[in-house]
Design a protein around this ligand. Structure first.
Ligand code: PGA
Length: 248
């Protein structure tokens, strides 16, 4: 279960959150993998506090070059340096607002795997694309671009997140059947591209308006391995409910 804080929380707020979260998630150790994707400014603190707890501290983005004249960017070695072990890549907000292309997303995913960061690569269609019957064309293209660039990575080194753009932050969740349909097809495609072992080892999350009231039916779907959660992850109490639902 992954918390995507997006552009929220100061260092102090992050400390308070982690101090409340860590003792409670200890109950789920070994049963549910928990990750917190924090803004760069509080990531080192989140990682420091999470050390030894099993909670994965992650970034929300990075650039695929390791160093150089890339003003405003942060690299994979820099994330590792502050204790991050994962990064979201190609979130729809980055693709749409910051012009990230499939090619850039694929290069970031490849760099993450090489560097030893767990990539959580987001894919998903807009409302217009879904209504026009082009959901799979969009999503399969995004998945192919990433997987074809991954080199020798095993399925266990990759997490994908299906996040239909129309369901993000809108309160409108994909139906559990829609989530299963898309995620089941993504898993089949992984099998075609990389074989059955890769497909079964890769974790595929659903994201988009997950909340305590809908998590159980989403998690009950055969191919859904977990959730990437924005709004409902900002409060420790609701995030813990989601972690608990992932165990049940
Ligand atoms: P949401 O965001 O849970 O607020 O819809 C999910 C995401 O964008 O990762």
């Amino acid at each position: 279960m992954a918390a995507n804080w997006k552009m929220h929380k100061t260092v102090r707020e992050a400390q308070d959150y982690m101090a409340a979260l860590l003792p409670r998630v200890a109950d789920f150790a070994g049963e549910v993998d928990v990750a917190v994707f924090a803004p760069f400014t509080c990531l080192s603190e989140v990682a420091r506090m999470a050390e030894g707890s099993g909670v994965i501290a992650g970034a929300q983005n990075f650039f695929y070059e390791d160093s150089g004249a890339f003003t405003g960017e942060v690299s994979a070695p820099m994330l590792l340096d502050v204790g991050a072990r994962a990064s979201i890549i190609g979130h729809s907000e980055r693709r749409e607002l910051f012009c990230e292309t499939d090619e850039a997303v694929a290069r970031k995913a490849r760099r993450a795997v090489e560097a030893g960061l767990l990539p959580v690569v987001c894919v998903g269609e807009t409302k217009e694309e879904r209504d026009a019957g082009r959901m799979w064309e969009k999503v399969s293209g995004q998945v192919r671009a990433v997987v074809e660039g991954l080199g020798e990575a095993s399925g266990g080194q990759v997490v994908l997140a299906y996040e239909p753009i129309w369901a993000i932050g809108t309160g409108e969740t994909a139906s559990p059947e829609d989530a299963q349909d898309a995620i089941g097809r993504i898993r089949e495609l992984l099998g075609e591209l990389r074989g059955g072992e890769f497909a079964s080892e890769a974790r595929i999350l659903y994201g988009g308006s997950i909340k305590p009231g809908n998590i159980s039916e989403i998690m009950a779907q055969k191919d859904v391995d977990g959730g990437l959660v924005g709004g409902a992850s900002l409060e420790v109490g609701s995030f813990l409910e989601l972690v608990g639902a992932a165990r049940d």
